[in-house]
Design a binder for this molecule. Structure first.
Ligand SMILES: Cc1cc2nc3c(=O)[nH]c(=O)nc-3n(C[C@H](O)[C@H](O)[C@H](O)COP(=O)(O)OP(=O)(O)OC[C@H]3O[C@@H](n4cnc5c(N)ncnc54)[C@H](O)[C@@H]3O)c2cc1C
Length: 314
């Protein structure tokens, strides 16, 4: 049942007339720079804000979506009917024990910078990956470390200790890895409506030169293999990994690098990444996804499954 006008007025009152905006274009809040308007838009500045917005939306039966950095989603051209809760809750503190407590809207990039400055190691491997803490836990952020002596996929789960969530009963509880059930590109949060409010990571004392070396190696590895986000907005990998064969390699073998629909293009340098050349629409991206899926199905009899989330109306 769609929310009533009364429900909308009520949530605006509860969250603050000045703080709830109407008809906000979502494209700038995503790394793809694509997406139509949200009926209602609220920026959570701390974990209490985030919990309040979610609880109110649930009680008033207003559809909502918790938006991090928008780095793993495609928002439809017609936008979102309901409330977008943009998570900008970024308070955090590094403790002498090596624990980092942080609200879930903090940017991983900012935490890495501060951790390295303070000599805490554990997060630096994820440099260059756009994400909030909430998004990183949701997806179990990972990176294939390029240096020969540490060549393996590293997961954010490795430094995770616990997180505070708002569960489906609107209770705030702290849960550990046993509850979160991290897997490849997966966690319990894909399968529940829990919202991550804050998290604690366990870091260790690190050698500054060694951490800076990792930052440089990882950034240059990414820089040489991925399109640069500042120039070519994207949502990272479009399709899920197929064990043993890279999804990008399959798309490449279909001769689709550089293929375009409108301003959406399969990157020339990484066939599993689609880039926005300027005015791409969600419809352009969706039709490019369909083209890649059909080509791979016809040539290899394999199904490419999108990794990104499709949000709102297309
Ligand atoms: C250029 C580029 C490179 C990338 N490279 C990598 C890579 O190397 N490795 C990798 O793992 N990923 C990579 N990604 C994907 C992306 O960075 C990650 O998936 C990231 O964790 C997304 O975080 P976000 O804050 O942007 O989440 P969003 O895209 O905003 O949201 C993703 C999902 O998480 C949910 N969510 C967000 N916050 C919360 C919360 N607090 N509580 C509950 N649910 C929440 C949202 O509701 C949504 O369903 C890349 C993306 C880009 C654009």
């Amino acid at each position: 049942m769609p929310p009533t006008t009364t429900a909308w007025d009520e949530i605006v009152r509860e969250l603050g007339e000045r703080r709830v905006k109407r008809d906000v274009t979502l494209a700038p809040f995503t790394t793809f720079k694509i997406g139509g308007p949200a009926d209602l838009f609220f920026e959570a500045r701390n974990a209490d804000d985030l919990a309040l917005a979610v609880t109110s939306a649930r009680r008033l039966n207003i559809p909502y979506f918790v938006l991090g950095l928008g780095a793993n989603i495609l928002i439809g051209d017609r936008g979102f009917r309901g409330l977008i809760i943009r998570n900008a809750a970024a308070h955090h503190r590094f403790e002498a024990s090596g624990r980092l407590w942080t609200e879930s809207g903090a940017l991983v990039k900012d935490l890495i910078q501060e951790a390295v400055r303070l000599g805490w190691s554990g997060l630096e491997h994820y440099v260059g990956i756009p994400s909030t803490v909430g998004g990183a836990i949701w997806q179990n952020l990972h990176f294939l470390s390029p240096a020969p002596e540490r060549e393996r996929t590293m997961f954010i789960a490795e430094v995770f200790e616990s997180c505070e969530i708002l569960n489906e009963a609107n209770e705030r509880v702290t849960v550990g890895s046993d509850y979160v059930r991290f897997a490849y590109d997966d966690s319990v949060f894909h399968h529940t409506r829990d919202v991550i409010l804050a998290a604690t990571f366990r870091l260790v004392r690190g050698d500054s030169a060694a951490m800076h070396r990792i930052l440089q190696e990882n950034l240059s590895w990414r820089g040489s293999r991925h399109p640069w986000l500042e120039w070519h907005p994207s949502a990272g990998s479009i399709f899920k990994k197929i064990e043993g064969v890279g999804a990008g390699r399959l798309v490449d073998q279909c001769g689709l690098k550089g293929h375009r629909v409108g301003d959406a293009q399969i990157s020339h340098i990484h066939a599993n990444i689609m880039v926005n050349l300027g005015q791409a629409t969600a419809a352009d991206v969706r039709s490019l996804i369909g083209i890649a899926q059909r080509a791979v199905r016809d040539k290899f009899d394999l199904n490419l499954e999108p990794e990104i989330g499709f949000i709102g109306e297309f």
